[in-house]
Write a protein that binds this ligand. Sequence first.
Ligand code: ASP
Ligand code: MG
Length: 435
Amino acid sequence: MSIVVMKFGGTSVADAEKIRAAARRAIRARKAGKQVVMVISAMGKTTDRLIELAHQVSDNPPKREMDQLLATGEQVTISLMAMALEKMGVPAISFTAGQVGLVTDDVHTKARIKHINVERIRRELDAGKVVIVAGFQGVTEDGTVTTLGRGGSNVTLVAIAASLGAECENYTDVDGVYTADPRIVPNARKIGRISYDEMLELSSLGASVLHNRAVEFAKKYNVPIHVRGSGSNRKGTLIVAETQDMERIVVSGAALKTDLAVITLRNVPDRPGLAARIFHTLAAAKIVVDDIIQTEITPKLATVSFTVDLVDLPDARKVCQQLCSKTRGMTAEFEQDLAKVSVAGVGMRVHTGVAERMFAALARAGINIRNITTSEIAISCIIAQEDGPKALRVVHDAFGLGRKRARSTKSTRKKTAKRRNTAKTTKVTKRARKS
Ligand code: ASP
Ligand code: MG
């Protein structure tokens, strides 16, 4: 019998009615002949509320106790789900992470899964039950409660599906992955299939659909994830291993990341070890940097710029000013109110002209590009924050994402040529007939 693991996020189990709806969905899968495991998040904003509560009693709560507290959110939902199923006449049993042997390391608040013992889950499935597992939590080898980081139920989902060799369905409040955020781009289209790498790029470039760690995990164990809406029966988006035909599509999606700041260090002495020192100091202050660009200005001096999230700017400013005070001539500039618009697609590896098409679209809209960075399958432009939504729309349009997918220029050219040839032949034939 095949097994399906269905994960329901916080908004999909936010109240009793939604819990019952999720239970009904599990029952439908069961009626279709599948064994069902459910991975559940805490109800609605429960986790946020618990965090707030913790901060009311301590401005610096110990991380171990934080995990102990936050794990209670999921424990509430799993037992309610089991009750809902039993009430509908379907045998069900709920488990905390400790009870199913989901063992992690001891890095509290962002623990990593080491192994899962799925024997208990299998036994209950074979006994005909729906098995409900608390998402987001784990236990260390010695039984201390841990959590996997915000949004971590997705990681639980993929880990359990991988261990069981099961199908993996992620039910959320959006019905799939879109070519761009539909709140900003009204003609955005739901993507049918997207590769793990494209999904990873798009989420780190600002599209918040799935926890990146969950996608990384899925890629590592090759577990396709079906992202779908809990409110409908329609197919959602399959996140899968890359296939050759995916390269025909130049760009799969566009994303916008807002609230960024750019830091520019000037007169950086161009000698070995200095870049290492700058970024070591920033990393030690737990500042995540992105889009690093170094330009040699003279043989002895360089300019180094990079982006940070706006929330990290105050700390980054301190670190950079300290670095400047220790390095003769080096200065730091800070700019905020910036955003990043990006396109991603595995087709970029084989198609040319992608960057040009993106820059031209921004130029036509009168949007100035502040910085450009690229990866193998993505291109990003830093722009003014106020231009963000418009930039996303014009870039999305430039690649025809809202309508039919953008095809390779080469094959389009071939097709048009073919059509033209056919047209010519027809004309000639007609003329020939006339004469
Ligand atoms: N309840 C946790 C959170 O809100 C985990 C999750 O939802 O995946 O972050
Ligand atoms: Mg949540």
